[in-house]
Write a protein that binds this ligand. Sequence first.
Ligand code: MIC
Length: 314
Amino acid sequence: MTYTNGNANGHNGHAATPTSAATRLRKMLTESDELIVMPGVYDGFSARIALEVGFDGLYMTGAGTCASKLGQPDLGFASLNDMREHAEMIANLNPRIPLIADADTGYGGPNMVARTVAQYHRSGVAGLHIEDQIQTKRCGHLGGKEVVSVDVFQQRISAAAAARDKLASDIVIIARTDALQTHGFEEAIRRLKAAAAAGADVAFLEGVTTKEEAREVCRSLAPTPVLLNMVENGATPSWTVAEARELGFRIIIYPFAALAPAYEAIRSTYLRIKETGVTDIDPTFTPKKLFTVVGLKEATAVDVAAGGQLYEKV
Ligand SMILES: C[C@](O)(C(=O)O)[C@H](CC(=O)O)C(=O)O
């Protein structure tokens, strides 16, 4: 799938047809056997920082979206609109870098799942994960989860795959099962196999607890690539990139990579204001530094290219 540079009047500014982020992600999965490393981002700022550091792609955490956009726990508060809007903003900060975005349960029955895939596709999202939890879902690393039947899960994935194919989109459909906690490993594998048969591109076993399980899910799902959700201090032990690669995973996401350090840093600064009356912020963090992180250079270039001098003295 490619898109053109045509503008609203139908004029093509450039002959080039850049490859979409979805196509890029799909190629990373099919044309190499490397592990794709994606840090979690929860807003535009954390996404900009990840882009500055440079990664294969980014992962938009639903837990982080609930926390940052809504100030709520990961308990199904975020609607399709909340998630899509957030994902679109992040995906388009640098459309060359693939974004995988959480799509929870797909937000309803087959029609809503199809709508979710279409909207994520149009928003520039490269991949999304859809799970088998009930609609009143919760973070996969909390107790008391409930899952729908394997048939309902398979219908969600079929609807997602059909929507992808109808759009001739390369968007990568990732099937996530949360069944390990309540139904055990065999059932979780059965569900992922059913999802792969229904057209999922990638399998995601949520809350994997041991290296044996990890190795076995990669082995038994092959040739379907498997994603590792590296949530620190949750159900899954902390494994390094090298260990994840050795276990056979093809994508590793870190949902809390930005959230946890942000909490620590923000809270300690707020406490300092309360206790000492100053923020004691790093003196190199000027307003200009902040705006540079979030695209001052690109904004200036657009203005200059249009013949302006608005930001000459910034
Ligand atoms: C991957 C996840 O869906 C997310 O929203 O980032 C969460 C992460 C978390 O809350 O621990 C999940 O694993 O359910």
